[in-house]
Each structure stands twice: as structure tokens, then as C-alpha cells.
Design a protein around this ligand. Structure first.
Ligand code: C2G
Length: 131
């Protein structure tokens, strides 16, 4: 069985998130998703997500493409997570292009093109501007 792993915050869930998960699932037979913790998101982006980690995990767990979900506590633990879950391939959107090549001694690394013109940040901006 070929196991695929991917990571993300998946805050304010949108079609770009579905597209990457759908395409990631097609790279193998079993999809594992590491959902960034609230604390990790604060470290990465300087703000907490709109939806907390429990709710984000619940949303991701309910998707038909997704077989397993866990909380990602740190970007540096990527190799540990890959080995623990026995993943054969890491899939990320190409905004992360090259950033996780350092795990390529434990699994294949694939970057897929992002869905254009949609992001959580943009959605937040639009909602703010309409208040
Ligand atoms: N994504 C996409 N198209 C978009 C928006 C997002 O393909 N329009 C992809 C990203 O490339 C990423 C995934 O959806 O692979 C999740 O995106 P984010 O929630 O923004 O994840 P991020 O905060 O970048 O966390 O260890 C890696 C990080 O945890 C990734």
C-alpha cells in the first residue's frame, strides 16, 4: 500500500484545500493529514487560526479523501511524522516548493500547483471589508 502524507492549517476551509487533498489522495491508496496546531500556526503566521485545531481536525476527518488525521506540532518534526506513519510520499502545495526537500531521504516529495485566486487570508480580508 502506498501511503501519502500532507500537512496544512486548513483554516476557514475552502475549495483550494479540497483540491490539494483530492490530488494528494490520488498519489496513493491512503491519505494521512497533519493539521497544524493553533500554536504552530501562531508561530508561522503571527495570528491564531479562526477555527481552532479541534474543529479543523473534525472538518478534515470528515472528508472522503482522508483516512487519518493528527495534529502537527512543529515543522521540524516532519521526518518523525513521516516515519511514524510509514508514509511513502509527502505532498504539499507549491507555495512550499523546495522547503521540505530535506525529507527526501525518507520518502518521495511532491509539490502540486496551488489553486489560483483563493486563500484563507483573502477570505478574511473580504469579510473584514464588508463589515
Ligand atoms: N493550498 C492550495 N491552494 C490554495 C490554498 C492552499 O493548494 N489556494 C494548499 C497549500 O499549498 C497547502 C494546503 O493547501 O499544501 C494547506 O494550506 P494552508 O492551510 O495554508 O497550510 P499552511 O498554513 O501553509 O501549512 O507543514 C506545513 C504547514 O503546516 C503548511
Amino acid at each position: 500500500m502506498r501511503k501519502v502524507i500532507t500537512f496544512g492549517t486548513f483554516d476557514v476551509f475552502h475549495v483550494g484545500h479540497i483540491n490539494i487533498l483530492e490530488r494528494a489522495a490520488k498519489q496513493g491508496d491512503f491519505l494521512i493529514v497533519g493539521v497544524s496546531s493553533d500554536a504552530l500556526n501562531y508561530d508561522k503566521k503571527g495570528r491564531y487560526p479562526i477555527y481552532n485545531e479541534v474543529d479543523r481536525c473534525k472538518i478534515i476527518s470528515s472528508l472522503k479523501y482522508v483516512n487519518e488525521v493528527f495534529i502537527e506540532e512543529s515543522l521540524e518534526k516532519k521526518k518523525e511524522y513521516i516515519l511514524h506513519h510509514k508514509a511513502n510520499v509527502l505532498v504539499m502545495g507549491d507555495d512550499w516548493s523546495g522547503r521540505f526537500d530535506w525529507v527526501n531521504d525518507v520518502c518521495e516529495v511532491i509539490y502540486l500547483p496551488r489553486t489560483p485566486s483563493i486563500s484563507t487570508t483573502e477570505i478574511i480580508e473580504v469579510v473584514k471589508s464588508q463589515r
